[in-house]
Design a protein around this ligand. Structure first.
Ligand code: GLU
Length: 201
């Protein structure tokens, strides 16, 4: 179980996310990634190895003020860029700490519904399942949708969710994995460990 950070506010989010991930480096990790809203779309950048590698891939001029970041300690699926987080499927992008123990059963169900997959992680399956519930919800009540997913997922998880059509919000769900939300002045932070944002007032 490694690190999660999230930021929503008025500042450029990428330097804040990278700084937060660096503060969680002490936990160990094998890869890192970020997702952010830009021009109405969700962009994802990932890298195996040090956070510096990820940082070098990111364009400093990207002006986004909402995003999520992750450092992975692989539990399901080998260490490579494809399996690193954030994961995406349909309208949904997520980062996840922990394990979804019944992911193979959920994967079979999703395949029967026409879903396909690009990697080997439990997280990718969780992401696709959230997309499935989202697509099949009439009223698009996100709390209801995530509650449905919670009752489906067996295991431990802290998950931050981005939804393509909702570019001004981040959603979280958790069970037996740490995740904190900090509210600031016109900005909010999410992290798997308060150390990530301990220096923010
Ligand atoms: N089980 C997930 C994976 O293997 C998350 C691991 C983590 O907590 O970093 O990708």
């Amino acid at each position: 179980m490694c690190g999660i950070v999230g930021y929503i506010g008025k500042k450029k989010s990428l330097p804040i996310l990278i700084d937060g991930l660096k503060k969680l480096e002490y936990r160990g990790y094998d890869s890192a990634g970020v997702a952010y809203f830009e021009n109405g779309d969700i962009k994802i950048t990932k890298s195996v190895g040090r956070i510096n590698h990820l940082e070098n891939k990111l364009d400093n001029s990207i002006n986004t003020n909402i995003g999520i970041g992750h450092t992975r300690w692989a539990t399901h699926g080998e260490v490579n860029e494809v399996n690193s987080h954030p994961h995406h499927n349909g309208d949904i992008v997520i980062v996840h700490n922990g394990m979804i123990e019944n992911y193979l059963e959920i994967k079979e169900f999703l395949i029967s519904k026409g879903y396909s997959f690009y990697g080997d992680t439990d997280t990718e399956i969780a992401c696709a399942y959230i997309d499935y519930e989202y697509k099949n919800s009439n009223n698009k009540n996100i709390i209801e949708i995530l509650n449905k997913c919670s009752s489906k997922f067996i295991g431990s998880y802290a998950i931050v969710v981005m939804i393509k059509d909702i570019s001004n919000k981040l959603f979280v769900m958790k069970k037996d994995s740490p995740l904190v939300i900090a509210r600031g002045n016109n900005e909010n932070f999410i992290a798997s460990d308060i150390l990530a944002f301990a220096d923010k007032s």
